[in-house]
Design a protein around this ligand. Structure first.
Ligand SMILES: *Cc1c(COP(=O)(O)O)cnc(C)c1O
Length: 370
C-alpha cells in the first residue's frame, strides 16, 4: 500500500465507496477543449431565459452589502415564502440549493444502522447523501421508468428511516398522481421520514393541482424540497428550501451552517418569487420547447419518456455515450444518463426555440452518420 492509498482507508466506510456526482459539462470547458465558440448547453435543466429582471435588479442593489455576513435566518425570504405558500416561517428551511436540504436531512436522521428507500433512475444525490453517512441504500426497481410506490412501500421496514421521492423525477420526468402519493405517505410508518423532492414543481403546478403542502398538517415526518435553480433561473446562486413541520425544520436547523445562504442568493430569490411574469414566460417557453423537441424525436422515429419537467429523456436505441460525444463535437452539450441505468437514453434540457433547433439539427446529422 502506498501513501496515497493509505489516506483512502482513513475515510469513513461510506465515503470510501462513494462515486461523486457527475455534473453537466460546463460550456467554458467544452470551448477550451475543442476550440469551439458557439456552444449550447442543454444539460443541467437550467432556465434558458436566464434570471428574471427583478432578481438581477435586486442583486445589483445588494452588491454594496457584500462585506457583511448574510442574514443567517433568511428572514425576509422566509416571510415571502410563508406568504406565498400559506405556511408559517417556522416550517421553512433554507438551503444552499435544495441539495443542501437533502444532505441536512440525511445527516440529521441517518446512521449506519438505517436504510434509505428510493427508486431506480431517481435523482443521483440520494445515493450520495445516503452513503456519505454510512446508511444503506435500498433501490427499488422502477415501473415504466417511474417510482413503483407499492414496491417501495414493501421495501420499507423497521430499519427504514428515510424515503426519497422525486416528483417529477429527474432524469425520467415521470410524475406521480397526488392521490397515489398521499396514499403512500399515509401508509408509511411514523418512524420513517419522507422527503418529497419537488424541484420541478413550478412546471407541474401550472397544469395540475399540487396539494402536498396541505399534507404537512397531517404528516410531521414529511419534508418537501423545492428550488430556485430550475424555473426561477438562479442555479448559479444556490438557493433551495424545505417545507415541513416546525419540528422537522428545527431539527434541520441544528445541523445547518449559520450562513449557508449568501446575500445575493437571498435577495435574488425573494425578488424572483415576486416575478410572476418571468415565471409564466419560463413555463410557456418550456411547454413550447417540449413540443418542439418531441416533434423532432417523432420525425426521427425516436421514442422518449413523457416528461413533466423542463427536460426530456430520449431513447436512442443504441449506446447514448458515443452520440453524446458526437454532439459535443458539434458544440451541443446534453446529458448521458448511463449512470442512472439508462445507457440508451440522453436527457435534453428544454432550451430556447433556437437552441432546440440547433440540437435537433445536430442530432439528425449525428444519427445519419452512425
Ligand atoms: C436540480 C434538482 C434538484 C436541486 O438542485 P439545487 O440546485 O441544489 O436546488 C433537486 N432535486 C432534483 C430531482 C433535481 O433535478
Amino acid at each position: 500500500m502506498n501513501n496515497t492509498d493509505k489516506i483512502y482507508n482513513l475515510a469513513v466506510a461510506g465515503v470510501q465507496q462513494l462515486i461523486p456526482y457527475k455534473a453537466g459539462k460546463p460550456i467554458e470547458e467544452l470551448e477550451r477543449e475543442l476550440g469551439l465558440t458557439q456552444v449550447i448547453k442543454l444539460a443541467s435543466n437550467e432556465n434558458p431565459l436566464g434570471p428574471g429582471k427583478k432578481a438581477l435588479t435586486a442583486i445589483q442593489a445588494a452588491l454594496p452589502l457584500l462585506a457583511l455576513y448574510p442574514d443567517g435566518s433568511g428572514f425576509t425570504l422566509k416571510q415571502a415564502l410563508a406568504e406565498k405558500y400559506a405556511v408559517d416561517v417556522s416550517q421553512i428551511t433554507l438551503g444552499n440549493g435544495s441539495n443542501e436540504i437533502l444532505e441536512l436531512v440525511a445527516r440529521a436522521f441517518l446512521t449506519p444502522e438505517h436504510e434509505v428507500v428510493f427508486s431506480q433512475h431517481a435523482f443521483a444525490v440520494y445515493p450520495i447523501v445516503t452513503q456519505a453517512v454510512g446508511a444503506t441504500a435500498v433501490v427499488v426497481p422502477a415501473l415504466n421508468y417511474g417510482h413503483d410506490l407499492d414496491a417501495m412501500l414493501q421495501a420499507v421496514n423497521a430499519k427504514t428511516r428515510l424515503v426519497f421521492i422525486a416528483n417529477p423525477n429527474n432524469p425520467t420526468g415521470t410524475l406521480l398522481s397526488q392521490a397515489s402519493l398521499e396514499r403512500f405517505i399515509n401508509a408509511l410508518p411514523d418512524t420513517c421520514v419522507c422527503v418529497l423532492d419537488e424541484a420541478y414543481f413550478e412546471f407541474v403546478s401550472s397544469v395540475e393541482s399540487i396539494n402536498s403542502i396541505d399534507w404537512l398538517k397531517k404528516f410531521p415526518n414529511l419534508l418537501i424540497t423545492r428550488t430556485f435553480s430550475k424555473a426561477y433561473g438562479l442555479a448559479g446562486l444556490r438557493m433551495g428550501y424545505g417545507l415541513s413541520s416546525p419540528e422537522m425544520a428545527d431539527i434541520l436547523n441544528r445541523v445547518r451552517q449559520p450562513f449557508n445562504n449568501n446575500t445575493l442568493a437571498l435577495v435574488a430569490a425573494e425578488a424572483a418569487l415576486g416575478d410572476d411574469e418571468h415565471l409564466q414566460q419560463t413555463i410557456t417557453i418550456n411547454a413550447l420547447g417540449m413540443q418542439q423537441l418531441t416533434n423532432g424525436f417523432k420525425n426521427l422515429g425516436l421514442e422518449w419518456i413523457p416528461s413533466a419537467g423542463n427536460f426530456v429523456s430520449v431513447d436512442l436505441k443504441q449506446a447514448g455515450q458515443p452520440i453524446y460525444e458526437a454532439l459535443l463535437r458539434k458544440g451541443v452539450i446534453v446529458r448521458p444518463i448511463g449512470n442512472y441505468e439508462l445507457p440508451h437514453h440522453l436527457r435534453i434540457s428544454i432550451g430556447t426555440a433556437a437552441e432546440n433547433q440547433l440540437f435537433l439539427q445536430a442530432l439528425t446529422e449525428t444519427l445519419a452518420d452512425v
